[in-house]
Design a protein around this ligand. Sequence first.
Ligand code: PLP
Length: 393
Amino acid sequence: MLKTIDGFDRIGEENAFAVLARATELASQGRDIINLGIGQPDFKTPDHIVEAAVKALKDGHHGYTPATGIAPLREAVSADLLKRHGVETDPDDVLIVPGGKVTMFMAILMFGEPGVDILYPDPGFPIYRSMIEFTGARPVPVPIRETNDFAFSAEETLSLITDKTRLLILNSPANPTGGVTPRSEIETLVAGLEDHPGVAILSDEIYSQMTYDGMEHVSLLEFEFLRERLILLDGWSKTYAMTGWRMGFSLWPDSLMDKARKLAVNAWSCVNAPAQYGCLAALTGPQDAVTEMVAEFDARRRVIVDGLNAIDGISCKTPRGAFYAYPNITKTGWKAKKLASALLEETGVATIGGPDFGVLGEGYIRLSYANSTTNIERALERVKLFLEKDQLI
Ligand code: PLP
């Protein structure tokens, strides 16, 4: 038996990929599967982005690039942050990475070790906890509650910070709940963080462009005094329908940038060169496709929330961001993971059980509405019939 480090006894994964694999297997057996499990836009990457990447290859951009990313792309990221958040940033602090996830991987590796605490949202993106456990740090869940519209609570978050806390992970708009934390709550949290200068912040803002009902996305970048300990996670996957390109960016405090660069050099040298040119076109080109996608998600959001609330035993808060509905299913009498599995096996509708996002996920399932309105309506009909039949038994 080969002996690897203990971290591998603790590392987890993302069940959304297991559900995707099962859904694909069922589909290959001829089953009509509607996939509301995986969190990726169902749109195509806009043509001008694809063309820019193809052109880059044809123009000979096939070699290594600087480890931190090509200069024009890092400058474009800074310009984009200025445009969207009204904040000046130094392109030298921007790191182009292979996917949004990589920033959390790096940040957690940088701060996690036995004896320290890392705070993370629960329910939340499963990789936070998985990576924290891998490093041997103690994962401290920050509860994300339906009663608080799935925003994080500044008071509760601050109450969990101790001398051992090294890193606080925040995520708004949030996966899996679609919750968006309002400005007032963020300002209270930021004010409280002044008392904890040794705590680094990882702000996962991968859904920053997806908010609805006039809800604003407040970037942690806005708070100048936090900048020396703020790591910003964002990327192209969700905004530009580019999940398979594996492209993300992060902004690091000056004091951490060199460490981040060294990690990058050790792990992947540099990010795929033509893809970087595609991302440059994404940021500098027309943004109509983004606006159209978000409008379409908004319309589907209404369909899925209304449809879920019309099913006996299910109640669903209106999500204000991302592209997930996170209904409460306690009144159906089902355990969440059992229900998600039964829905896939019996009705062909893929969803994810709340417990896959944390201990506080029991009683909920996540449905991604990154699927056509027709498919969402078909899926809702199947879920409704399944639960009605179940209640007759
Ligand atoms: N952060 C959150 C909250 C996410 O939901 C996801 C993807 O689902 C990511 C980060 C990772 O994004 P990427 O696919 O760019 O690695």
